[in-house]
Design a binder for this molecule. Structure first.
Ligand code: ISL
Length: 585
């Protein structure tokens, strides 16, 4: 896979506009627009802020924190699913697309939250989960009731084979991707949990239902969608068995259905093209080529995709291997080398991945400087930055000591078969302490009060991280040199700064094993970013071309030393942002 990224990035680099290469595509000026320039903040509502003491976050809780978001300086909120759901997968199993989950509040609360965001100049994109619904959705209840029911073909039913499921496809959440149900003895397809049956996108009635619910929320004022596993909606209708190699990465088959682009172009024509919206697809399992096609502005499909290469670097299923900084740099070079018809989404963590300071930084001795360094990384890269709740205060992974502390359906669903494969419980627990999705889902830590100020109740739906007395928003807001204020300063520097937003990206030391250093060259200025991503001091020499560069921001108090950026002494996790007027590579 990495090989094709390299080939792709070389081809894309060649496509840039140069004297030699003046093809129309390469020299097409970039289309500047709000969703390329603004910074997004993801809220996982269940864990953000509880207003009624039931231990579950809710919309009134979000409303109570709108000024906090405004102070931080983010421009767009991505809200994970807020729809009615039995919460088999914490809202990613929708029972009624036009109703707010009762634990989260009411449609009036949604309107109050949306107005509160818009009054502060903050847009809202919501989570579109239309590869599957909850099995408690009325459509599925009807579909399951009989082969002759008009809703039967809203889902994908097939007869079994040889006394078992139609084929050997696996669910991501353990076991087969097929479940027998209903009076006719057929099986329905579910890529995720049994309680998340896949919708049949071949059925034009299903597509019309989806377009209708999208318009319902856009007409309420939503500013776009994050599209859950959208590449999976087109299925290979011959349902071939997978061979051993394919079974290692089922998402690659699931994300290569033959009608994907047709469906998304139809969605664009029917809905998206009629609104000024932002769309970001969760490109789970897709190839770089498919990513290119999905986000090529000339194809009128979607604007951005989340590629998991960075956030899941070193991951192999539930295993987390070590990784080298050089590999991380290569991924950023690849995604920033896109031509002007494409635009990357940049993120280090979300609700499905471990906390960035624990995965990419040092969440112990150097938690504060490394969290600030990661802020500088994510907010000076080329692409739309997506922050995840709690990242701005340096929240860390949770210390899980036993399996009953986990909530995640993905863990509970896979537990038996992973142990049956011979993996010991301690080995599995050790890996999950590096990679579990629950790390990102522990309650937001607002203060050193009981339950970290997340709820007035005496219990939260998932345990609060025991480090909340030290790591909390109240401390961060109070301390001028806090992680929060470092994010706020970077967001301020970035806002409206077209050199940092659209400037060319160039890694000036791709082979350096501990320093990540790159430039962003715009029309007015060049920014130089120097990140010592290690626990060790080091010297780093960008060279005389940078001797007149001025320090804009650093995460550590300046030590004595020469001004400029020609030669630097860097402390562990030291991060510096310089600015120079000469456009130098
Ligand atoms: O990698 C994964 C599968 O093994 C998961 O982290 C995740 O399921 C995948 O990235 C797809 O995620 C999205 O769809 C899921 C939901 O559980 C995730 O929370 C959502 O982000 C099913 O809706």
């Amino acid at each position: 896979m990495k090989h094709c990224y390299l080939l792709l990035s070389i081809s894309l680099l060649m496509a840039n506009c140069t004297e030699k290469n003046t093809t129309e595509e390469a020299c097409n000026p970039i289309n500047k627009t709000w969703w390329k320039e603004q910074a997004v903040y993801q809220i996982y509502p269940r864990s953000f802020k509880d207003s009624d003491g039931d231990g579950i976050g809710d919309l009134q809780g979000i409303i109570s924190k709108l000024d906090y978001l405004d102070t931080l300086g983010i421009d767009i909120v991505w809200l994970s699913p807020h729809f009615d759901s039995p919460n088999a997968d914490n809202g990613y199993d929708i029972r009624d697309y036009r109703k707010v989950m009762k634990e989260f509040g009411t449609m009036e609360d949604f309107g109050q939250m949306l107005n509160g965001l818009h009054e502060r100049g903050i847009k809202l994109i919501i989570d579109l989960v239309v590869n599957h619904t909850s099995d408690e959705h009325e459509w599925f209840q009807q579909s399951m009731s009989s082969k002759d029911n008009p809703y039967r073909d809203y889902y994908i039913w097939r007869p079994g084979k040889n006394g078992g499921p139609p084929n050997n496809w696996p669910s991501f959440f353990g076991g087969s991707a097929w479940e027998k149900a209903g009076p006719d003895g057929e099986y329905y397809l579910h890529y995720f949990a049994k309680k998340q049956p896949d919708l049949n996108w071949e059925n034009p009635k299903v597509r019309a239902e989806v377009y209708g619910l999208m318009k319902f929320w856009l007409d309420k004022g939503a500013d776009g969608f994050r599209m859950d596993v959208i590449p999976l909606i087109s299925k290979h209708l011959d349902f071939p068995d997978m061979d051993a190699e394919m079974l290692k990465h089922p998402e690659q088959l699931y994300a290569s259905g033959p009608r994907l682009h047709e469906f998304i172009q139809e969605m664009n024509a029917e809905v998206l093209s009629k609104y000024d919206v932002m769309t970001v697809g969760e490109a789970f399992g897709v190839s770089p080529e498919l990513t290119q096609r999905l986000t090529d502005e000339r194809r009128n499909e979607i604007n951005l995709v989340f590629l998991f290469d960075v956030a899941r670097i070193g991951r192999e299923g539930w295993l987390q291997h070590d990784w080298a900084l050089k590999e991380l740099k290569g991924l950023f070079t690849m995604q920033s080398a896109l031509d002007n018809f494409h635009w990357p989404a940049v993120f280090l963590n979300n609700h499905d991945n471990p906390r960035s300071v624990s995965k990419f930084g040092n969440d112990a001795e150097y938690r504060v400087p490394s969290a600030k360094l990661l802020a500088m990384l994510i907010l000076t890269q080329r692409g739309t930055p997506f922050l995840y709740q709690g990242e701005e205060i340096g929240m860390t992974n949770y210390p899980f000591h036993s399996f009953d502390e986990f909530d995640d359906v993905e863990i509970r669903g896979n537990y038996a078969q992973i142990l049956a494969s011979g993996v010991s419980e301690e080995a599995y627990l050790r890996e999950l302490n590096k990679s579990s999705r629950d790390h990102a889902r522990t309650p937001m830590q607002w203060s050193d009060d009981n339950q970290a100020g997340f709820t007035s109740g005496d219990k939260s739906w998932l345990a609060v991280n025991p480090n909340y007395r030290e790591v909390n928003a109240k401390n961060e807001l109070a301390g001028p040199n806090s992680i929060f204020h470092f994010y706020r300063q970077l967001l301020e520097i970035r806002k409206g700064n077209e050199d940092l937003i659209y400037g060319d990206y160039f890694d000036i030391a791709p082979d350096n094993p501990q320093v990540f250093a790159y430039t962003r060259t715009g029309t007015k200025a060049t920014y130089l970013v120097i990140l010592n991503m290690s626990d060790n001091r080091t010297t780093f020499e960008p060279g005389p071309a940078y001797e007149n560069y001025e320090l804009v921001l650093s995460n550590l108090e300046a030590e004595s030393g020469k001004p400029g950026a020609a030669s630097l002494e860097l402390r562990p996790w030291e991060a510096r942002l310089y600015r120079g007027n000469n456009s130098v590579r």
